[in-house]
Write a protein that binds this ligand. Structure first.
Ligand code: ADP
Length: 366
């Protein structure tokens, strides 16, 4: 078992708090993605785990042993960066085997492990080439192979695919996911791309301004965001936000009163409502009241069609209904699936999800 725990990790650079009380446990075999906008402290956190950056305060333990003051080599973690760093004069085989040779593993074992690793990464035919004779994606596979060949206690990756084109990136994401499941090496992967995070992660740790915002499975993050930052960051298209107040079975959404069926409990703190595109339903205006909007754009995305509508100068994204098609320039009224929205207070913190029956009991498990 390998379990790595971050206890209230903090990193200051002068006045900048790059990581602020980050506490998180990477369980054995688990794939965690650190996700957040540029500058939120992901790389700093990863580099502290790797031992490349010393925390200002807090500790890191591996299976209960404090490794905070241990150098990167002794931690036995492997790291892959955005910028591939391979030895240009060495063959792929020698690049992959270099960490094993450095630690004195015998030749037979080296050969076996290199062949096995190359096989998993689909680069067996490239073993005798030099890095300069490989494409960007192949080079990144070699870097991953070199990291994994020594069977590290954890695997740390910092935006490894962000320089690759979209198609290759998606392919490597799938391969990495499969490889991680096969090897079971606990993995932390840094990205600012929420779609990449959704594909890869067992759990996603969303960061903003140095702080962890929510740590959950991709599905739970998508359905039950714990604050407005997460609600806004996760999902593509993003959620739609409205001013809201709720009282006595009625909701006032951007000044328009709706019947609100899920009104149990105290919702007096509610100031904002967030709804996914599929939970905002455009209808013809003569079909009854609702917020007014104008269709600005019909956007096809694969099998799904969205309408970009303008409501009071704000752009909202809603699903094109199956039964009643709208076109550019159409006036619509907006209805809501109130049993599937998130309600936030004036500070952007969650008051309640209306879909409470499905809500996991411990959304924020360690
Ligand atoms: P991310 O990986 O999420 O883009 P970083 O961890 O790289 O964010 O950076 C977090 C914050 O810390 C940023 O404000 C960045 O400018 C600052 N920072 C990172 N490294 C250093 C450094 N070596 N010296 C000073 N400030 C730094």
């Amino acid at each position: 078992m390998v379990e790595t725990t971050l206890n209230e990790l903090r990193k200051e650079y002068g006045d900048v708090v790059a990581a602020d009380d980050v506490s998180l446990t990477l369980h054995d075999g688990e794939f965690i993605v650190l996700l957040g906008p540029s500058g939120c402290g992901k790389s700093t956190t990863l580099r502290m785990i790797a031992g490349l950056e010393e925390p200002t305060s807090g500790t890191i333990t591996v299976d209960g042993e404090d490794v905070t003051d241990m150098g990167p080599n002794r931690r036995d973690f492997a790291m892959v960066f955005q910028q591939v760093a391979l030895y240009p004069h060495m063959s792929v085989r020698d690049n992959i085997s270099s960490p094993l040779r450095a630690s004195g593993v015998d030749a037979g074992t080296i050969e076996e492990r290199v062949e096995h690793t190359a096989g998993m990464l689909n680069i067996s035919e490239l073993l005798d080439r030099k890095p300069g004779e490989l494409s960007g994606g192949q080079q990144q596979r070699v870097a991953i192979g070199r990291a994994l060949v020594r069977e590290p206690r954890a695997f740390l990756l910092d935006e490894p695919f962000s320089k690759l084109d979209q198609k290759l990136r998606i392919q490597l994401q799938k391969e990495l996911k499969r490889l991680q499941e096969q090897t079971g090496v606990p993995t932390v992967f840094v990205t600012h791309d929420q779609e990449e995070a959704m594909v890869l992660a067992d759990r996603i740790a969303v960061m903003d301004e140095g702080k962890l915002q929510q740590v959950d499975t991709p599905e739970t993050l998508y359905r039950f965001p714990t604050n407005e930052f997460v609600a806004d960051f996760i999902g593509n298209p993003t959620m739609n936000f409205f001013s809201a107040s709720i009282e006595g079975g009625e909701a006032v959404i951007d000044g328009v009163t709706y019947e609100f069926p899920g009104g149990d409990g105290d919702l007096s703190e509610v100031r904002r409502m967030a709804a996914r595109p599929e939970d905002v339903i455009p209808v013809a205006p003569d079909n009854g009241g609702g917020l007014h909007a104008t269709v600005e754009l019909v956007e096809m995305r694969g099998s799904t069609t969205y309408l970009i509508v303008d409501h009071d100068g704000e752009e909202l994204t809603v699903l094109q209904p199956e039964d009643e098609r709208f076109e550019e320039g159409d006036e619509v009224a907006l209805r809501f699936e109130f049993d599937d929205v998130s309600l936030f207070d004036g500070d952007g913190e969650l008051v309640r999800h209306t879909d409470v029956e499905d809500e996991p009991v411990s959304a924020n498990a360690e």
